[in-house]
Structures are given as structure tokens and as C-alpha cells.
Design a protein around this ligand. Sequence first.
Ligand code: ASP
Length: 310
Amino acid sequence: MTTSPIPWSLVIHGGAGAIERSQTRPETDSGVRAALNAALDAGGTILSAGGASLDAVEAAVRVLEDDPHFNAGRGSAFTFEGNNELDAAIMDGATLRAGSVAGVTATRNPVTLARAVMEQSAHVLLGREGADAFSREHGLDQADAEWFATPERRRQLDELLSNGGKFDVDMKYGTVGAVAVDQAGHIAAATSTGGVTGKRWGRIGDSPLIGAGTYADDRGAAVSCTGAGEFFIRESVAFQINARVRFLGESLRVAADTVMAEVKALGGTGGVIVTATDGGMAWSFTTASMYRGCAASDGNRKVALYEDEG
Ligand code: ASP
């Protein structure tokens, strides 16, 4: 990646969870790091060429949606009934335009469908069969159920069902997201997920809810969340971090740590990535690990999985 005179930055995540280094197979560790690097390359190439943060976050998330290591697109968590129902959102900090989808089953890249909702409909959030119909009508890439389903996610559902179907928030590792600031000084955020293993009754998490799991405002911050969605919804985590930066003038780190402490106090777990128009970057998480990475025009670049990696 070439170093650009005008600052840009990109932060990505691939989910937060309870997984320790000792529980991770070496091939999983290296596969996740390779995918995070590929996502940073996809977004970073756009940003270093002067492209828009909106394009960069979409491109980074698409890479992770297509990679089966993550709980988004291919490799999504299974519902109680054994299906994959996908949620995604995208938001443009320059205009406050936003688009999202919930419970879609046939669109290969839900983040691109969220963007189509933002740019080609009069709405912000479309759900289930209607969102899939919108996707077909707008010519987006479709995928069949086999594309999304992986043996490991099926095994996780089987394990949950053999435990009496108890809802386990730690069995959903791998939601993905990206936040970026481009050379024009505009920020954007995107998030994509399969939700939580064993979800039922059309359960929707925080990821596609603007202000809960995803938010971007040039006057504040761009935020993408991962974790136990019900707690992130109750805390309006993404909007709250943005608001703390915008109205209180808090640093990204203080705002992120403060709101994650609130999530923890409610009993929730997870993490966030944050950026702002000055190019600042931060992440904060309450779990043993969060798959994450960052890249910036000053050459700063990092990929990390576990807490002790900084
Ligand atoms: N926040 C997502 C949800 O609740 C899951 C996750 O990030 O792991 O649907």
C-alpha cells in the first residue's frame, strides 16, 4: 500500500468472543489473520487511491462476508430451525444516509444489499422476504443456502440443541464490521452478521439497527459493534459513542471504553471499533479476544486476535 500525503484510516473487526489462544487451532488463527489482512488491503487500496470511506467499508466487509471463518455471509450462525438469516447495515457520515437489512437468506453480500437500500430505496431498513425480493429486483448477486452453511456452524448449532437449546451468546463469534475516514475527511461504518446461534422467532440483533450496532456522523464518530446484541440495543451503543465524541468532546478511546463499561454493567459482552474525521482510531472490548485490524496512511497497520496483542 502506498503512503498518502492526505490522512486516511480504516479499522475492521471480525467479532468478539470468549475464545482464548489455547482454544484456537493454528489453521484457524492463520486463516483469520489472512482474511483480516485481505479486508484491510481491499479497503486500504480504495482509501489510498482517494476513494470514499463508504466504498472502503463496503469492500472490507464483503471480503469478510465471503470468508467462512466469520459469522457473516458465508459461515453465518444457524438459526434454531437450521437456516441462515443475515443482518447488515451501512452508514455514510457525510450525509447521515443509512441502509440496512434484517433476516435475509439469499443475498451473497448483505452489506451491498444494505447499501442498495440506502441508495436505491426511500427506506432505511428492509426485512426478510421483502429485502430478498428487493435484492433480486435490483440485480444483486444471489446465493443458495449451501453457500452460507458451513459444517462448523452446523456443529455449533447441534451442540447448542443438545444442551437443551439454551441461548449461548458466546456461540456466535465472528460478526464483521469496518469504519473508515477517507482523504476528503468523511467517515463511514458498516456491519454484517449471521446473528447468534439458535436464534428464533425472527430475532434481530443490534447490527442492522442504526444507532445500536452501526452509526456514522462526520460531526462525531463512525462505530461498528459486535457482541451480545440485546445489550447493545438497550445501550444504543453506536449512537452513544458518537454522541459522547460529538457533544462531550471525549476522545474515541474514552467514549468507547465508557460505553463498553455500561454494556458490561448490564451483563453484556462484546466490542466496538471507532474512527473520526481527524483519522483517530480506537477499539474497545470486554471479551478475551476480538478479531481486529487497522491500517492508515501513516503506515500504521496491525492485525490482532487476542487481548494481549494490544
Ligand atoms: N451483535 C450480533 C448480534 O447480536 C452478534 C455478534 O456480534 O456476535 O446479532
